[in-house]
Design a protein around this ligand. Sequence first.
Ligand SMILES: NC(=O)c1ccc[n+]([C@@H]2O[C@H](COP(=O)([O-])OP(=O)(O)OC[C@H]3O[C@@H](n4cnc5c(N)ncnc54)[C@H](O)[C@@H]3O)[C@@H](O)[C@H]2O)c1
Length: 384
Amino acid sequence: MTAELAPAVPARAGRRMTVLVTGGAGFVGSHVCVALLERGHEVVVVDNYTNSSPLALTRVEKLAGRPLVAAHGVDLRDRPALSAVFRRYPIDAVMHLAARKAVAESWEMPTEYLDNNIGGITGLLRAMSERGVPRLVFSSSCSIYGDVDAVPVAEDCAARPANPYAVSKWMCEQILVEACRSSAGLTVSALRYFNPIGAHESGLLGEAPRGVAGNVMPNLMRVAVGRADRVSVYGADYPTVDGTPVRDYIHVMDVAEAHCVALEHLDRTGGGVRVVNLGTGVGTSVLELIDAFGVACGRPIPYTIGSRRNGDVTALVADPRRAAREWNWRTTRDLAAMCRDAWRFQRLHPTGYGAGTVPAASAVPAAPAVPAASSVPAGPAEPR
Ligand SMILES: NC(=O)c1ccc[n+]([C@@H]2O[C@H](COP(=O)([O-])OP(=O)(O)OC[C@H]3O[C@@H](n4cnc5c(N)ncnc54)[C@H](O)[C@@H]3O)[C@@H](O)[C@H]2O)c1
């Protein structure tokens, strides 16, 4: 996937671009699509819908008030199908979010994680190279840092990926470095997200994974709507403020808007990979998150304390100063907004998009009475 990149398309910074969003139907990707459309870009989505629903894209168009160019149900490893998508549209830039992302699941199926996440990026780079597409914004992860000695964590902190998912993300970053080294025209922004939560403030778009989520927020919400009766906190003996792991939660719309800022800065970077943390710089423990979500949904969330989980680290909090310095960008939404917006989406879509209603702006239905299941694996948050 190296070498063959054609001469770079002339810079179009500040102008509308046609952007291919991989994983555009997913949690973060759907919010990215809204942000791109609102800024006047044209958007093509590629997603195999293994962890999402195409219905999310209908919501994207409703929120943005205009359509996507197209959405293709294609797996990134299907090279002929992906090449056909690239041939069909005048793609200026790619935002690559498609990946498997659950840490716990990656222990159970490491080969599938490596195949999907690495096969996905190599297939993508090959297709970009064939068409001379020079700009890429990549969804990387704070999990690359692993068990750090101290927080906050700056981008130059040594990588210590501690699970198959994190390894796959670290390898993707290395592949991007090699691709840029051998292809002078390629410029990449690798965004190391900390922990995106929340939802679009309309309540129309949010996190609706297909399977059992390993991360904290979907499981907190399951308890809040009565689909489980308590969350399990994995470990309360960490050296933190209350013994539970500390993470840097960031509103998904802040993450989405950062993608647009990264895109606008790509042409100023002049080739190579630039890694940027996407976090707030504020640490929140699992118990603090449970409390904050309880405030947002109007009732305390019951939890039980269990033992530690394989691969969880004590604390991961971003040093967000590079984004501030290089992009003049910082997050604008706090933890209360993240919880409030996540809860609004959940109340409207207690079982995901399939059974959700499209509400009038003020009509938020009460949570349905669904028989309670047992405890759900809600904590601590995974450093995805
Ligand atoms: N959500 C987080 O906490 C978090 C944190 C750090 C990094 N990230 C990264 O951000 C990206 C988006 O995460 P998300 O939370 O929106 O996940 P998500 O699962 O909601 O979205 C990923 C999307 O990619 C699609 N997909 C997966 N493999 C594919 C393939 N081979 N071909 C085509 N489509 C494929 C899925 O169907 C899904 O729609 C991922 O790369 C993830 O690793 C997420």
